[in-house]
Design a protein around this ligand. Structure first.
Ligand code: URA
Length: 269
């Protein structure tokens, strides 16, 4: 039986012994998982920009195990013991942020003109982060930002029917007939929405509603209400699967997911 950890370790030590100086090309070409340049390891962990990290490594601020390493291309593994100025920097392959998206920023990774949700994260963040799904520019609330493509795919896959709950305030009161129409599945121009749950938590405020949908088409909730002759004037996502918006986060604030939240999400999909 082949033990993956053994294969990885062997390839790794062979590399540093034989091919110093060509690490990144080697890693790119051979795609050996878990092996990377020392400067990339540190940059991924958000401790500095690649250019300054190279300088710090060359000036002797970085140690791998007991050995000072001055080559930014030195190959390390996720499991390596890397120290910057004596402080251990542990590698994490995936990161997960829970953002309370504010209105006015777009759910994209970059844009030449507009602020994106990634601009709200620290400047020295991983370069492979992306938002899991999109909220409209004027929609607020829960947005998961990660570099875990597998989890994102599972959460967004139409086959998995992950519940997304939104608070929607309308320009006029929601009615019983809207609740029934949402439950039946509303026909829109290009598709028929899956049955959704609409509720009015406070009968004194019938324009304030909760909506649960299991898909994520463009402007879906706004279009579903428009088909009922009502306009959404405020929209906020409250949950996605088991993940709830943390009400302690002000719009624009974020935090990392707890282990429980991550396990809950992974267990659900
Ligand atoms: N439905 C919408 O209409 N907009 C969103 O941002 C999310 C769901």
């Amino acid at each position: 039986m082949i033990n993956n950890a053994c294969v990885k370790t062997h390839a790794f030590s062979e590399w540093n012994r034989n091919e110093t100086g060509k690490t990144s090309a080697y890693i790119r070409n051979r795609r050996i998982q878990g092996i990377m340049r020392l400067d990339k390891y540190l940059a991924d962990m958000g401790v500095g920009k690649r250019s300054e990290l190279k300088k710090w490594i060359r000036s002797g601020k970085v140690r791998v195990g007991e050995t000072m390493i001055k080559d930014p291309g030195f190959a390390v593994q996720e499991e390596s013991e890397v120290f910057l100025n004596g402080e251990q920097i542990r590698y994490r392959q995936y990161v997960y942020y829970l953002l309370n998206k504010p209105s006015g920023v777009i759910s994209a990774t970059e844009d030449p003109r507009q602020s994106t949700v990634l601009d709200l994260l620290p400047e020295q963040r991983r370069k492979d982060l992306f938002p899991v799904g999109r909220l409209d520019k004027d929609t607020e609330g829960l947005l998961l930002i990660t570099n875990d493509g597998v989890l994102a795919h599972q959460l967004l896959s139409p086959k998995r029917h992950v519940d997304k709950v939104y608070f929607a305030r309308l320009d006029k009161p929601a009615e019983e007939k809207d609740i029934r129409a949402f439950a039946d599945g509303i026909e829109l121009d290009d598709f028929t929405a899956l049955p959704a749950e609409l509720s009015i938590p406070d009968p004194e405020k019938p324009e304030e509603t909760l909506v649960t949908i299991r898909e994520g088409k463009f402007h879906q909730i706004k279009r579903m209400f428009l088909a009922q002759g009502k306009e959404v004037v405020y929209l906020k996502r409250l949950s996605m699967g088991t993940l709830q918006l943390d009400e302690k986060l002000e719009p624009g604030e974020y935090r990392e997911l707890t282990d429980e939240e991550l396990c809950g999400l992974k267990g659900r999909v």
